[in-house]
Design a protein around this ligand. Structure first.
Ligand code: CMP
Length: 139
């Protein structure tokens, strides 16, 4: 089943010069890039994107982190890409993410209030279509 997913290279990844490495891994796996744009997020966009986390203790810090610099927003396309990109990304926490994954290879252990884990990937078809609509209103 050909799907689309929203991938974000978060501000830590962009700052560290990892945008190309993330795109390379997506393309090496055989997925195609349907859209790529460097975006400075706004509080309004992030409150909608992270709607399920608004009540979490780390929400405010998460928004501040996501406002700290530009994010590379990517729509990747391919067979089962939603599950496939989450597999490429690895576990949320870079400390436990498996080597071979983006977070396992490139994520840094971090003891601040928010996990700086380089990438985001949509977790379901419903999330993907909602998130693509937020970051790429023209698609
Ligand atoms: P992401 O997959 O984009 O979704 C929510 C983000 O919140 C997550 O990546 C991390 O950056 C951050 N996050 C998730 N869980 C925690 C946690 N327990 N403590 C701090 N930050 C978290």
């Amino acid at each position: 089943t050909v799907e689309r997913t929203l991938v974000l290279v978060k501000p830590d990844g962009v700052r560290r010069g990892l945008s190309g490495e993330v795109l390379r891994r997506i393309e090496a796996k055989g997925y195609t890039l349907a859209a790529v744009e460097l975006v400075q997020a706004t509080p309004e966009l992030l409150e909608r994107h992270y709607a399920e986390h608004v009540d979490k203790p780390f929400f405010r810090a998460l928004v501040d982190f996501m406002l700290s610099g530009p994010t590379l927003a990517v729509v990747a396309e391919g067979n089962r890409v939603i599950e496939g990109f989450r597999s490429l990304a690895g576990a949320t926490d870079p400390t436990t993410a498996a080597p071979g994954t983006i977070r396992g290879d490139l994520g840094r252990a971090w003891d601040g209030p928010v996990m700086q884990n380089i990438v985001h990937g949509s977790d379901s078809p419903e999330s993907a279509s909602r998130e693509i609509g937020l970051w790429f209103p023209a698609l």
